[in-house]
Design a protein. Structure first.
Length: 131
């Protein structure tokens, strides 16, 4: 039985958080830098097209979020609007969309913080003019 629309929306907003977290962490954070750099190299230097595309998935948060969302659908059995395969497809794309909105907000927040830190560092290096 399908849950109410308000509950589906709540699940959408909540499930997108760990999807965004996993996709962002693997594709951007320092803890996965070495495997990500190896995948980036393989995505540029493998001969077969399929291999290049496979390794590229681990360097792009948008691409990787598709697979993370599919994994979360598999373990949660979350469906939206319809029961069955149509509900899974709609939930899958909705989760991807929402997770990517979260990642965009997070990226913007990090850029703002980095910009503020640079401004503070510049201010601190200025020598006061004593006249």
């Amino acid at each position: 039985m399908l849950m109410s629309l308000s509950r589906q929306i709540a699940y959408l907003f909540l499930l997108a958080i760990p999807i965004a977290c996993v996709a962002w962490t693997i594709t951007h954070e320092e803890v996965f830098r070495e495997p990500r750099e190896w995948c980036k190299d393989r995505s540029q230097n493998c001969k077969p097209l399929v291999a290049r595309k496979f390794f590229y998935l681990f360097t792009c948060e948008y691409c990787f979020s598709h697979y993370v969302a599919a994994f979360f659908l598999l373990i949660t059995q979350f469906q939206m609007l319809y029961e069955g395969w149509r509900g899974y497809v709609i939930a899958w794309f909705a989760l991807i969309w929402m997770a990517n909105i979260y990642m965009s907000f997070f990226n913007r927040l990090r850029l703002d913080i980095k910009h503020e830190n640079v401004e503070i560092a510049i201010e601190q290096t200025k020598v006061p003019n004593n006249k």
